[in-house]
Design a protein. Structure first.
Lengths: 307, 349
């Protein structure tokens, strides 16, 4: 079979598109979370660690006997807490968002591993839980509830950002905090709120991995997905709808490389295929970098009365 | 009460800040240790003993500190110029890759010639790896944080590809590891019957050298000026782009050297677990040192001690050795706050 017919076969199968939606879900949630933070003017490099903690906390809660949705809530709460830490250090204290974010990632990751090892010291094969099952909705490819939730959240975040006073306030503190202050808005509080909410979304992305996509927690399971989300935010020019599109496009390529990898039958090393998502993200960044319209106050701490 | 920036931070305060941060981190992590049910003071005692309590422990800590000094310097020089190189981990592996290729027997040279060649090859590989993102930054305005982070994953996959393919050791019993470097490429041991190797001397020498360059030469002056305010530096006629690219080569080179030194000094060959995150820990080292080249040595010793000590401690009590990673991360966050407190002072009214 030639390459084109293989490609066509893949693209016409329902299984492929089901996989695309599943692969896209953590990227949709993570990108949405990062987007909310950055729209308020705060870069959150803690995403990788927050996703890891979300994955661990959600799974651990369920493993300890909680039901799946309680696990999701536990993950979101842990993510919100790490987000609060990031916000406390970067917003009122105005510390470097780069370095604080890396610190939050290191903390989130190491805490997750520490707690996992503490509870399960001897687990050589990771214990499993009963994960979310696919749910067939009429006219849709069967997905787990968290995927539907992710797509719903895109609409919610878009609505809140563009159609509500809260969203206007978030965008304003990210573009021109001094003007927001002059309007009587509390810049510090709004930024903290946005980072906390965004971080909770990131943790959901992690929880999806352990509660839907897989049924166990593995070390290094987030595997750079958080960093890819940061690239996707730039690619989406900080718009939720485009973020969804970017995540889907990315998932199409990711699902495609998986299937081409199988179809190639080991002619090419599998590592070449696994590199594609990362190289693709870098390429996307290069393509949009010149036109990117960053939120004006991104990465600039705001202090009252200072210009 | 409000915060007011100091015009000048006294040296005592600059030295006190990391000490305070470390104490705060130890206190915070004591809560975690207590949660495991282990006696906190005894746990920390064992950690300390495991890090410096014997000749063996001490040389292990120094061995572990060697790559950390180099990745710490890599982060420090880059961050000084506001080049956010988070890709030291990947650059380290590229350096290690170059070391096993160049030192793997393709050159028939005596040790005094081969070792420098291999080290320089490692530096070049690391430097070029960071040059890519740096060029993308200055030419296209692509944020280097994300590109360097993503390249870490690409490099690891590349290493995995080569270890299972072209570089695979035919005598390796099927394990994905490279053939060992030739004997002439091995760094000499500093202390007999320990793992401590000449990489430490190289790392120490480089931190002194970088400190001299930083304080005594035009190069160092330009680097600091560009880091402090690139627009002002450009206005003063400094070649901002060139300084950025130069810094990238240097920073990536230091990380690459860390990889080459680990291969030639310690492991002898390359595997996928050469570095337990030395590239990322290097960022913590640089921040604890407040980006000072000499301070990097002290910070690297501390971080190395934590890792080596925690391994010993977790063998004796049911505290997972990931406590070391938590301690390191907490130290970084505490250091950021301590640095702020040192730069500002509280003013009433």
């Amino acid at each position: 079979m030639d390459f084109l017919s293989i490609l066509l076969d893949i693209l016409l199968s329902a299984a492929f598109w089901t996989a695309v939606l599943r692969i896209a879900t953590p990227y949709v949630l993570g990108t949405l979370g990062e987007l909310v933070c950055e729209r308020a003017g705060v870069l959150n490099l803690g995403i990788e660690g927050i996703m890891t903690l979300g994955a661990m906390a959600g799974w651990m809660a369920v493993y300890q006997g909680a039901d799946l949705w309680t696990g999701v809530l536990a993950a979101a709460a842990c993510g919100a807490l790490l987000g609060l830490l990031h916000a406390a250090l970067t917003v009122p204290l105005g510390l470097s968002q780069h370095v604080t974010g890396i610190g939050v990632t290191l903390l989130g990751t190491s805490l997750s591993y520490f707690v996992y090892r503490l509870v399960l010291p001897q687990a050589s094969t990771p214990p499993t839980i009963e994960p979310f099952q696919p749910l067939a909705l009429p006219g849709a490819l069967a997905q787990t509830p968290l995927t539907y939730l992710a797509f719903l959240l895109v609409a919610v975040v878009a609505y809140v950002l563009y159609r509500t006073p809260v969203g206007l306030a978030v965008r304003m503190v990210g573009e021109n905090p001094a003007a927001a202050e002059a309007q009587g808005l509390n810049v510090t509080a709004i930024r903290i709120g946005a980072v906390v909410a965004g971080s909770a979304l990131m943790a959901l992305a992690g929880a999806f991995l352990t509660l839907s996509a897989f049924n166990a927690f593995f070390f290094n399971m987030v595997n750079g997905r958080g960093w890819i989300c940061i690239a996707l935010v730039v690619f989406a020019s900080w718009r939720p709808g485009k973020a969804l599109l970017g995540a889907l496009l990315f998932a199409v390529f990711d699902a495609l490389q998986l299937r081409l990898q199988q179809a190639s039958g080991g002619v090419l090393p599998y590592q070449l295929f696994l590199m594609m998502p990362y190289l693709l993200s870098i390429l996307a960044l290069v393509l949009v970098a010149r036109r990117a319209s960053y939120p004006r106050a991104l990465m600039i701490p705001y202090r009252k009365g200072e210009r | 009460m409000r915060l007011e920036p100091r015009t000048d931070t006294p040296l005592a305060l600059r030295l006190l800040a990391p000490v305070g941060a470390v104490v705060a981190a130890l206190a915070l992590c004591a809560l975690l240790v207590a949660w495991t049910g282990a006696p906190v003071l005894r746990a920390y005692g064992l950690l300390f003993e495991g890090a410096v309590g014997s000749r063996f422990a001490l040389t292990e800590t120094l061995t572990r500190a060697t790559p950390l000094i180099l990745t710490g310097l890599a982060a420090a020089v880059a961050f000084r110029a506001k080049l956010w190189n988070i890709g030291a981990e990947g650059q380290l592996y590229m350096g290690a890759l170059a070391a096993v290729v160049v030192g793997g027997g393709m050159l028939d040279l005596p040790a005094w010639a081969l070792i420098p060649v291999v080290m320089i090859a490692g530096m070049a590989a690391g430097g070029v790896t960071l040059l890519g993102p740096a060029v993308l930054k200055v030419r296209f305005g692509v944020d280097e944080v994300v590109t360097t982070l993503l390249l870490n994953f690409v490099v690891l996959l590349l290493v995995s590809l080569l270890l299972e393919g072209a570089l695979k050791d035919p005598m390796g019993m099927g394990w994905p590891q490279s053939a060992p470097v030739v004997e002439a490429a091995e760094l000499p041991k500093l202390v007999a019957r320990t793992r401590l190797h000449a990489g430490l001397a190289i790392a120490l020498g480089l931190s002194v050298l970088l400190w001299l360059v930083d304080t005594r030469t035009i190069w160092g002056y330009e680097n600091r000026a560009v880091g402090a305010n690139p627009r002002a530096a450009a206005f003063a006629g400094m070649p901002v782009t060139r300084v950025m690219l130069r810094t990238a080569l240097l920073s990536g080179g230091l990380a690459g050297l860390a990889g080459a030194a680990e291969v030639c000094g310690l492991k002898g060959y390359l595997t996928l677990d050469l570095s337990p995150g030395f590239g990322y820990s290097g960022i913590v080292v640089a921040m604890l040192a407040q980006l000072h080249p000499i301070g990097v040595v002290g910070a690297a010793l501390f971080i190395a001690g934590i890792f080596v000590g925690a391994d010993a401690m977790s063998r004796a009590m049911p505290v997972p050795n990931y406590i070391a990673d938590v301690l390191v991360a907490t130290s970084l966050l505490c250091m950021l706050v301590a640095g702020l407190l040192a730069r500002y002072r509280l003013r009433r009214g």
